[in-house]
Design a binder for this molecule. Structure first.
Ligand code: ARG
Length: 461
């Protein structure tokens, strides 16, 4: 029969199907280390409140240390009848120190305050790990940006050629959102730095226990202000899951570009053999599976977020068992990114850019038409008219199948009296790039500044 925590009031144990439904050790066992740390801190406050003698405290800590070692070595594992990580570890403690001592630890705490605290501890660690992995990706992007400074590429809007930009400018445009994601994790950590341990089931404890002491023992700056909020809220899980989804989304946008860039039609990049896959039937294939898996995982990460938020919506205070459903989505998001990010960074770091092709395509598709219009503005023409004139040039070129710089002096004059041969000074990619020289622009000097800035921010993160 299932060992239960609430024998007194019940005539018998739970039905098998209820026990099966209720069970969470298959996913909450990863919190065992945090659970034992919480138990040690709790034993200490029981002792400080006069509820454990010096000997009892020493015996309890010895037992918890033995249990921790047995969990680490795999000698102690959840049994089929253990409902959750808390019940399994209570059984383990009682097996080691006996029921007289082991039975004292539960005083003044509830699984409700435990399960509100332990995921905070676990996720704060996980957030640091993920942040480090995201910074590795930022570094890989900055490395390419540094190595390819000066290389132009077609900048696009609506996926159509728009204006030439530096390849480095484009790559760093993927790095900045990732740095903001790291900042989001840090900001989340600051908000999550409060311990609900001591909130009890919902109302706090009558035993004179000090939640602030426990909080400090567990690495928090302090205890929550409200025990109901402490046990009922899961916005810290939703927010973490959002940031993880945002990382997935930011990575997926780069992934999609890598997939396009690796096609025959684009031919902007070649994937390293170690980071590409082949086909079981088509001998010639080299597939961007890492990037495709990144794109796919983003959907899964968003699904985890929306499932979690749907669980939380309209849930009355305080603890409800629905909250047990909070852990699998966020753990899955952590695991998915921990698996994805090293592979994705490996693929990005080893990309080979076809810089000749990027340079060749940069001015095509009339991407210098804006430069013609802005040159006219500098000659005193209104932008309204300048836009019209530059547009006419494009139409003439399109009809004849030529590029803007192929127009003769007579062609130019025929479009507008304002178009003197001097306009040719802006019909070059280096000229177009250098002219975008205000802060944030794609001029080589500004991109160099940007690279310095991103390296400083990534080192400080
Ligand atoms: N396993 C539960 C959870 O993950 C914690 C236990 C609280 N259960 C309860 N019946 N009060 O949320």
């Amino acid at each position: 029969e299932t060992v239960s925590l609430w024998g007194g009031r019940f005539g018998g144990g739970p039905a098998d199907a209820l026990a099966a439904l209720s069970k969470s050790t298959q996913f909450d066992w990863r919190l065992a280390g945090q659970d034992i740390a919480g138990s040690k801190a709790h034993a200490n406050v029981l002792h400080r409140a006069g509820l454990l003698s010096d000997d009892e405290l020493a015996g309890m800590i010895r037992g918890l240390n033995r249990l921790a070692a047995d969990v680490a070595s795999g000698d102690f594992e959840p049994a089929p009848d253990d409902e959750d990580v808390h019940t399994a570890l209570e059984r383990g403690l009682i097996e080691r120190v006996g029921p007289d001592l082991g039975g004292k630890l539960r005083a003044g705490r509830s699984r409700n305050d435990q399960i509100a605290t332990l995921p905070r501890m676990y996720l704060r660690d996980a957030a640091r790990g993920i942040a480090g992995q995201v910074l590795d990706l930022v570094d890989a992007l900055a490395g390419h940006a540094d190595q390819h400074l000066g290389v132009a590429m077609p900048g696009r809007t609506h996926l159509q050629h728009a204006q030439p930009v530096l390849l480095s400018h484009h790559l760093l445009a993927h790095a900045w959102p990732l740095l903001r994601d790291v900042d989001r994790l840090r900001d989340w950590d600051r908000r999550t730095d409060q311990s609900p341990y001591g909130s009890g089931a919902l109302a706090g404890s009558s035993l004179g226990l000090d939640p602030e002491y426990v909080a400090h023992e567990l690495g928090f700056s302090g205890a929550v202000e409200n025990s109901i909020d402490g046990t009922a809220s899961r916005d810290f899980i939703a927010e973490m899951t959002f940031v993880l989804a945002m990382i997935g989304i930011d990575v997926s946008r780069l992934a999609e570009e890598v997939i396009l860039w690796a096609t025959k039609e684009f031919s902007f990049v070649e994937l390293d053999d170690a980071w590409a896959t082949g086909s079981s039937i088509m001998p010639q294939k080299k597939n961007p599976d890492v990037a495709e898996l990144a794109r796919g995982k983003a959907g899964r990460l968003v699904g985890n977020l929306s499932g979690l938020m749907t669980t939380l919506k309209a849930l009355p205070l305080a603890y409800n068992r629905d909250l047990q459903e909070d852990k699998e989505p966020v753990f899955d998001s952590v695991d998915s990114l921990a698996l994805l990010l090293p592979a994705f960074t490996g693929m990005i770091a080893t990309l080979r850019f076809n810089t000749e092709r990027l340079e060749e395509l940069a001015p095509q598709g009339f991407s210098l038409a804006t430069d013609v219009a802005e040159w006219l503005v500098r000659q005193g023409v209104t932008f309204r008219e300048a836009h019209e004139i530059a547009g006419s040039c494009v139409r003439v070129c399109e009809e004849r199948g030529i590029e803007l710089w192929d127009l003769s002096d007579d062609d130019l004059a025929a479009v507008s009296e304002h178009l003197t041969p001097a306009v040719r000074e802006v019909l070059s990619v280096p000229g177009a790039l250098a002219s975008r020289s205000a802060k944030g622009g794609t001029a080589p000097d500004r991109v160099r500044d940007q690279l310095v800035e991103i390296r400083a921010e990534s080192a400080a993160a």
